[in-house]
Design a protein around this ligand. Structure first.
Ligand code: BTN
Length: 320
């Protein structure tokens, strides 16, 4: 891998490995068999991209701690050892839309499309997803053959993201079936999973798992109507973690969880079980109680007339 990288990416990865410490220009030029001038140019270009690199004539170069540049080079460092390709944008309409375009145009999975913000973020049921700077917006594309249980892809992705964010930040989230994460009763993560079907062979060719995390967004960055129903992990904008690192960890966990038996843990985090709710379909709203999540990830509800239904998708809202 390292042989195929350009000098700029090699220098960045070396400085990331030694983040917070100085590395001499000679070490870098010797390591990458290039001139001191080439190293100097690479560092200048990284600084231009926004990397907080200090340079000292005597000591060399230091990537300061707290660097948070979202780029292909940073993400690929955090995804080192995996075969996941990265497409990274400063702004895009929707990472899910781009991911589907790339897949349809023959880009082989696994790959991830990332953007620092979206101007037409898509939500479930045709809704929009507000995606200001500071949040994480990424779509992971996997081959259908790497998904042992397609029915459970959405369920597994929500648990994987909840686990990852708790491990990194220490902040626990609850799952609202199917795949929204909640923090203090407010939505903090949304997931939109879309499948691409192979028409000739039949079956699921690829799956696009689009994940939006309100990580480091101040509440005033959201439209007013959302400010009382959504929240952010760091609503003061003081997140100490790099977006690239958090995205890479989520991506690895989503892939890893596919091989696990995870429903027991999902059920424990699913805060609507045992609660009275409404099942929403179009304009209709039916009273029910959430009984369980079955082995296909369906929500089993009991209506007031005692009848029972296993919901495979759709929307529910708590009856307060
Ligand atoms: C929902 O809450 O209804 C689902 C929201 C999913 C949002 C993510 S952000 C990254 C990806 N790109 C999109 O346009 N949507 C998903």
């Amino acid at each position: 891998m390292i042989g195929s990288m350009n000098i700029k990416t090699k220098v960045l990865h070396y400085l990331m490995d030694n983040q917070g410490s100085f590395v001499s220009g000679v070490t870098l030029s010797d390591n990458f068999a290039c001139s001191r001038m080439a190293v100097c140019k690479a560092v200048a270009s990284l600084q231009e991209d926004g990397y907080p690199i200090e340079s000292s004539k005597r000591l060399g170069y230091k990537l300061n701690l707290g660097s948070d540049v979202l780029s292909k080079a940073t993400l690929s460092k955090y995804l080192e050892g995996s075969n996941i390709d990265v497409y990274c944008y400063k702004e895009i309409d929707s990472t899910n839309k781009k991911a589907k375009e790339l897949a349809i145009n023959g880009i082989e999975p696994p790959f991830v499309v990332v953007s620092a913000k979206q101007n037409q973020g898509r939500g479930r049921i045709g809704r929009s997803f507000s995606s200001p700077e500071g949040g994480l917006y990424f779509s992971l594309v996997l081959s259908g053959k790497d998904i042992p249980t397609p029915d459970l892809i959405t369920t597994s992705a929500s648990l994987a993201v909840s686990r990852t964010l708790e491990r990194i930040t220490g902040i626990k989230t609850d799952i609202k079936w199917v795949n929204d994460l909640y923090l203090n009763g407010k939505k903090v993560v949304g997931i939109l999973t879309e499948g691409l079907v192979n028409i000739e062979e039949g079956g699921l060719a690829q799956v696009v798992i689009g994940i939006g995390v309100n990580l480091n967004v101040k509440l005033e960055q959201y439209p007013e109507e959302l400010q009382t129903i959504v929240t952010s992990f760091y609503p003061n904008g003081d997140c100490p973690y790099s977006r690239s690192m958090v995205i890479a960890e989520c991506v690895k966990e989503v892939i890893k969880i596919q091989k696990e038996d995870f429903l027991h843990e999902y059920r424990k985090k699913c805060f609507i079980l045992g609660k009275p709710l409404y099942v929403l379909r179009g304009d209709t709203k039916r009273e029910a109680v959430a009984l369980s999540v079955d082995d296909l990830g369906h929500l089993v509800v009991q209506y007031s007339d005692e009848s029972i239904e296993a919901l495979s998708s759709g929307e529910v809202s708590l009856r307060l």
